[in-house]
Design a protein around this ligand. Structure first.
Ligand code: FES
Length: 310
């Protein structure tokens, strides 16, 4: 789709809310809460941004982009777009859908991870389904949307700032009803802590749904390893600063993937031999322990070679 930036507004120093219409002025394809668009950003590649749906429904696409000064330039390009500029994007895709039902839902957002959870809160409010939205940020200045969240969702919203009133995840998770569905979106540290607290509180792994808002970070000591493609026997080197997907693409192979953060599950691959070094958030503990599947966008190898079912 070709989209035109119709409106842009700075929420704070880092976050820019952007509203797009179709370049042909036709109706935009609909989407469900948790969906995102993948934008084609010149010189950087594809970048995903969650769609924001407020109770005051709009027929436009709204996203929020947080400027990552040390990033690869995608967010800076999005911040530099002017009203009237065109940009290509995919139709909405949803790897983080809300599960239908009438049980309670707990939404926990860290930083810019609030965006898909705003759409979920809107959907749940319309359904009259019980939900709580807990939104935490490192500093007040990084917390966009605080006021508008309160206006739209009233007491369902709780706000936290790390150095003033930090979110107590253990207390929060242990106060949930056993049938609560949990949706987490934010940076890796918050996700890991929230997930552990939920599991410790007795919430089942299947009830916890995750979307990361940060790219996978290299770990100190990451080294090269080999990947063997089982269907052809071809062996590729995966450099220390390269993902398996990047190595496969560099060798001319077509690979299916989306988030490249380890949360959507689309790049999942069967492992025939070798020991994966799991760095995703989508596999269950049992799947991880089995060593028979892995997410090739972020996970690496503990053995010198992995043989993958490709
Ligand atoms: S592309 Fe989403 S988990 Fe790998």
């Amino acid at each position: 789709m070709k989209l035109i930036l119709e409106q842009a507004e700075a929420v704070n120093d880092l976050i820019r809310v952007m509203t797009f219409r179709s370049a042909t002025d036709s109706a935009l394809p609909g989407y469900t809460a948790g969906a995102h668009l993948q934008f084609d950003i010149a010189s950087v590649g594809q970048r995903s941004y969650s769609l924001i749906d407020w109770p005051t429904a709009s027929d436009r696409y709204e996203i929020a982009v947080q400027k990552e000064v040390a990033g690869e330039g995608g967010s800076q390009t999005m911040h530099a777009l002017s009203v009237g500029d065109a940009i290509e994007a995919t139709e909405p895709q949803n790897n983080f859908p809300l599960i239908d039902g009438d049980g309670p839902v707990l939404l926990v957002a860290g930083g810019i991870g609030i965006t898909p959870l705003i759409s979920m809160a809107t959907h749940l409010q319309k359904q009259d389904r019980p939900f709580q939205l807990h939104y935490t940020a490192r500093e007040v200045s990084r917390m966009g949307f605080a006021e508008i969240l309160k206006q739209n969702f009233n007491d369902a919203v709780s706000l936290y700032v790390d150095d003033k009133n930090p979110l107590q995840l253990t207390r929060l998770m242990s106060s949930q009803a056993p049938d609560t569905l949990v949706y987490l979106c934010g940076p890796r540290g918050m996700i890991d802590a929230a997930r552990s607290a939920a599991l410790e509180a007795g919430i089942s792994e299947e009830a916890i749904h995750i979307e990361l808002f940060t790219k996978a970070q290299a770990h100190e000591g990451d080294t090269d390893f080999e990947v063997e493609i089982s269907s052809t026997g071809q062996v590729l080197n995966v450099a220390a600063d390269q993902s398996i997907i990047e190595a496969l693409e560099a060798a001319g192979l077509d690979v299916l993937y989306d988030c490249q953060r380890g949360d959507c599950g689309i790049c999942q691959c069967d492992v025939i031999t070798g020991i994966p070094d799991h760095r995703d958030v989508v596999l269950s503990e049992a799947e991880r322990a089995s060593g028979s599947v892995m997410q090739i966008c972020v996970s690496r190898a503990k053995s010198a070679r992995l043989v993958l079912d490709i």
